[in-house]
Design a binder for this molecule. Sequence first.
Ligand code: NAD
Length: 500
Amino acid sequence: MNPSKNDVDRVLSIFGLNIPEGRNLISSPVDGMDIGGFNSAGLPDVADIAQRSQSAFAQWRIIPAPRRGELVRRFGEALRSRKTELGLLVTLDCGKPLSEGLGEVQEMIDICDFAVGLSRQLHGLTIASERPGHRMSETWHPLGPVAIITAFNFPVAVWAWNAALALVCGNSVVWKPSEKTPLTALAVQALFDRVARDFGPDAPRDLAQLVLGDATTGAALVDDPRMALISATGSTAMGRTVGQAAAKRFARSLLELGGNNATIVAPSADMELALTGCAFGFMGTTGQRCTSLRRLLVHRSVFDSFVPRIISAAARLPIGDPRDPANLAGPLIDGAAYAAMRDALADARALGATIHGGERIAGPGQGVYVRPAVVEMPAQTGPMLRETFAPIVYCLRYDELDEAIALNNAAAQGLSSSIFTNDLREAEAFVAAAGSDCGIANVNIGTSGAEIGGAFGGEKETGGGRESGSDSWRAYMRRQTSTVNYSRALPLAQGVRFEL
Ligand code: NAD
């Protein structure tokens, strides 16, 4: 047995599971070795799952919300007790360093806590009616079965963001994880099943289900008329297809798509903070975060002192087996990701860029390990304007803040952005109406590493969805406006007369 398979076998057994078998191979990016397999669900399987999800919804929506919160609380407790094992499985499944694997499970726990509180705060409004003896109110009701389609790079946290909120909001959920990371999904599902079983009859069967498969399976779920909300996280190309398919049948969609995130380093910046923020931003998680830093806009007066420090940080980064805590970066997810990285660097070179790093380096087994690339660009063009899911940062000089903000906003995506500055005017201008056009705009923090308390998501080709904190819960509920007439007359609004 190879080392990663050994670990997977051991961890899965803690969740009461064996290594799955099937036609679609599962390999660990840690060493690129095959671990097992799974079979993709077809249309009849998806239809059956959707039917069962609808039945579960009919029962769950009438359970009081605080009681629904109690189930999520217990699930959060179960996650706490299995954080170490699940964190390691995240590392084995998608290759991120162990501290990030554990961090991802912590994010699941945090969103459970958040959702438990929310379960007593799903409140609506009372609105002044213009008619005498009338009361107008707004109530939020459960929406229906929620399809959750997730990407490989956050194989469990994104499901938890959606599921914890959807469940307290009174919905059932169906999860279609990335075909590249089915192992963590199997473990999380097993944990949830146990908690739901112990909860008793208030938690209906099939409240949360898992369906394994690729894009075809995902598309079948999106097209199923029983799925009331499609929450899809992944590439903009995926979101374009999914968003249109959902819109065709007027289903609600929540899209969390690609990013092409920029950081501005101003002359007044605290350069130590900027260095750490930018280094983690582009190299952390091997550049495989939707919020990873991809474009570094540095003021001309500090470019020649700052960028060499970024180049040196990339050259020194400890890269290797993500199970070893000494390593701060693990592998790319697969060979295709490295091919895309090579293509992007070749395109940059053809445009006259100067490239530092970017080569493949040795790592365990067949794992795809790379040195991060720092690319000095002559202009913001070519690969700098597309998302390549790899550790590449394109660097450019700017002269005026307005110019830097315009460069920040010139990307097709609008997910995350940040500025390092100690100039209050610059900081406020960046987060003001004419500043960054992204869903996330940070000051003296990098582009990646969001907390669950805020609404997460972005504009333009990032899809416009918001998940996690703030009032994101509303996406999982339907709004009902009710006007109750307690008078003995029936006046019409706007003074309209209709007397028979
Ligand atoms: P991907 O688009 O290849 O796949 C994502 C998921 O969509 C997978 O489960 C896949 O099977 C499914 N899918 C693909 N085509 C589909 C279709 N036509 N119908 C239904 N389902 C379909 O993305 P990936 O490579 O797994 O992840 C990387 C991408 O995800 C990057 O673009 C990254 O920026 C983005 N991402 C965004 C966020 C966010 O919150 N904005 C978070 C994580 C990742």
